[in-house]
Design a protein around this ligand. Structure first.
Ligand code: ADP
Ligand code: MG
Length: 674
């Protein structure tokens, strides 16, 4: 099988999914499974869990109150159900035309108009259409690549790829895990008799095998990297600390105890002969940025350059501005470097990095991976490191010799787990928030009260504050999510007369995004309508109100991250979680966690506890996005096993380990060689 033989459009889409070789298709395992083996009469269908029902469309209309949406009523002779689409395509309206017979797959909830399904999967059927015998895998995909062709490609890859085991038979035996080939074949094509929960909750031995392999690959690569790193020389950075002291003296606040403690860890590391690899964990708003700026001062005072990397241009620019504000007064040269710079500006920035005049360069990882050369890089700082994959992380180390590395993350995983997972990292935690924050008040409000919210926004703006409006996550389609944001922006612009409303979404060009963010920061825009792109790290202290639409569709950790965008200044802040229709019990319990807790770690734990079988299938929040299948908290036993296995495998020489790594982290050895 040769992916380059596929139409270029398909290749691009596969690349977006991280699929660049046939084996990646094998590892593109189902996101979830749908149970279309059983048909429920409407009257008996259980509430709050995905079900398949069949009915005829009785009525259908597009309504405009409280906002534009499509509402159809379907019935099976005994009972009826409302189908609601928050946003929709013409062909969906056609499928749900009056008189059509449809099979609907989705969760029934008690809604505003009675029992309803929001965004179900819809299929037109004849009188006697047959039912599936086994669970249906559902793959994550992108616009323009439907489930059916993707499934076909995966089937081809399963047939043609070499699926031999990379683990010694004895090891598999000891661990009681099934063969790799059997496992992936089964996960892509489950047999009819398998219990649904085993698959959806990823408890089946086949899932455990895949998770184990993934964890083993991480452990192997990190151990090998650590061994290599120990051999390397890094500059010993132990200046008197005058620059850092100057910076601290200029700050309008004092550092917290926790910030001082982690700074001590960092100073000790910087003074070592081998490169620091430290992960700095701290909840949103705990003040990681200033810690990194102080670390940067040490490196600069000792005569070295600093690189600051962020996963997005918005964040990179924000760091640039922060660093300018903090460090330029101390005479430090700060530059920024992103894809959206004009060619000439980029050349200039690159030149200053290469000749050493730029003392700090802020940018996105994409650009750093391509072109930057530093004269004498001493420290690289990686913000929101959980957004970077292991391969990227390893690659970053190689820029300009062996600099010290400080990685920052708000991912709430317990320190001990983090340490055993990141086999190559030391971990420090900022476990307190700066004092004097007015806690964010969180409210749960039905979207039937949208008018009041609009009023509230207007009054906040009159007080001089700014507002975020976050549009709903529509997992089913990126295009629809975008459309929703565009519609909301138009609607709010109309409703909020005389107030400047901006729009920010993932599909915009980086430069346009940056411009909008800059306008919002400068209060030229008072309201910012955004898709979930603002989830990470954005810091606009004057924004004190956030409205999150259809909060019930989002993961709790995601809500927590989003909410962390307000409550950053002295003003009392409010986060309004808008929900649609009456909420089910589980949804209520989940949202309660968000308005009762402010600690990201507690929220992540509660989320796991509440997430019963079937609930939120698909919105997997493994906490550590760089793991695709394993979940540190739930698979702690597998992590332990993988650690031991990695050690065992490496004592026998690196050959077996290499074969396993080829499969899971291809291209990795190239990264280690540079
Ligand atoms: P995060 O850890 O989420 O990256 P930031 O570094 O963006 O958080 O910090 C959030 C806000 O808190 C910033 O506006 C920052 O200037 C401020 N801040 C950081 N440390 C302190 C402190 N010790 N006291 C008061 N405010 C602080
Ligand atoms: Mg941050």
């Amino acid at each position: 099988m040769d992916l380059t033989q596929l139409p270029p459009g398909i290749q691009t889409r596969l690349l977006k999914l991280g699929i660049s070789r046939p084996f990646d298709l094998v590892l593109h395992l189902p996101l979830r499974y749908e149970d279309e083996t059983q048909l429920y009469p409407l009257a008996d269908a259980p509430i709050g869990t995905p079900v398949l029902v069949e009915a005829e469309v009785l009525s259908a209309e597009t309504t405009f109150r409280p906002k534009k949406q499509f509402v159809a009523r379907v019935g099976d002779g005994n009972s009826t159900l409302v189908v609601r689409l928050i946003n929709f395509y013409p062909n969906q309206v056609k499928q749900l035309a009056v008189g059509k017979r449809v099979r609907l797959y989705g969760e029934i909830r008690h809604g505003y108009w009675g029992d309803e399904m929001v965004h179900p999967k819809v299929k037109n059927v004849g009188e006697e259409s047959s039912l599936n015998e086994a669970l249906t895998p559902v793959y994550s995909t992108v616009a323009g690549l439907a489930q059916a062709p993707l499934t076909k490609l995966i089937a081809r890859a399963l047939n043609q790829c070499q699926l031999d085991d990379t683990l010694p038979a004895a090891m598999l035996n000891d661990l009681g895990l099934p063969a790799f080939a059997d496992s992936v074949r089964f996960l892509h094509n489950p047999t009819p008799d398998v219990a649904r929960i085993q698959l959806t909750e990823r408890l089946h031995p086949a899932w455990r095998r895949v998770k184990f392999d993934e964890l083993l690959a991480q452990q192997l690569s990190l151990r090998m990297a650590r061994a290599v790193r120990r051999e390397r020389n890094a500059p010993r950075i132990a200046p008197p600390g005058r620059l850092a002291a100057q910076l601290v003296a200029c700050l309008p606040f004092g550092l917290t105890k926790a910030q001082n403690r982690v700074l001590l860890d960092i100073s000790k590391d910087l003074a070592q002969r081998h490169p620091m690899q430290r992960l700095l964990q701290g909840d949103v708003g705990s003040g990681k940025t200033i810690v990194s700026a102080i670390a940067a001062c040490h490196a600069i005072e000792a005569g070295y350059q600093v690189a600051m990397l962020a996963p997005t241009e918005i964040l990179a620019e924000q760091h640039y501005r922060k660093f300018l504000q903090w460090l330029e007064p101390l005479g430090i040269q700060v530059r920024w470097l992103t894809g959206s710079l004009k060619a000439r500006e980029k050349r200039e920035a690159l030149a200053t990095a290469a000749d050493g005049t730029a003392q700090i360069v802020c940018g996105t990882h994409a650009i750093f991976q391509q072109t930057v050369e530093f004269k004498n890089l001493g420290l690289s700082i990686v913000d929101e490191q959980h957004r970077f994959g292991v391969a990227q992380r390893l690659a970053l180390r190689e820029k300009g010799g062996s600099p010290h590395q400080l990685m920052m993350s708000a991912t709430p995983i317990p320190r001990t787990l983090a340490m055993s997972f990141y086999a190559d990292l030391d971990v420090s935690v900022i476990d307190e928030l700066p004092p004097g924050r007015t806690p964010i008040v969180t409210k749960l409000v039905s979207d039937a009260r949208r008018d009041e919210i609009i009023e509230r926004i207007a009054s906040k703006v009159r007080e001089g504050r700014q507002v975020y409006w976050v549009c709903p996550l529509i997992e089913e389609s990126e295009a629809l999510q975008l459309q929703t944001a565009v519609d909301t922006h138009a609607q709010l612009t109309e409703e909020l007369e005389g107030i400047a409303v901006g729009l920010l979404h993932g599909k915009m060009k980086p430069a346009d995004k940056a411009a909008i963010m800059a306008d919002f920061l400068a209060n030229k825009l008072q309201v910012l309508v955004a898709t979930t792109v603002i989830e990470v790290g954005v810091d606009v202290p004057n924004a004190s109100l956030m409205v999150i639409e259809h909060a019930e569709r989002m993961g709790l950790s995601q809500l927590h991250q989003l909410r962390g965008r307000v409550g950053r200044g002295a003003h009392a802040s409010l986060c309004i979680l808008l929900y649609s229709g009456p909420l089910g019990e589980t949804a209520k319990e989940r949202l309660k966690v968000i308005y009762e807790n402010t600690d990201g770690f507690v929220i992540a734990k509660e989320d796991l506890r509440i997430r019963g079988p079937g609930e939120l299938a698909g919105v997997r929040q493994s906490g550590v996005p760089l793991l695709r299948f394993a979940d540190l908290e739930n698979d702690a036993d597998l992590l332990d096993a993988a650690r031991e296995a990695a050690e065992q495998m490496l004592t026998g020489g690196a050959a077996a380990a290499e074969v396993h790594l080829q499969r899971w982290l291809p291209g990795r050895e190239a990264l280690l060689r540079v």
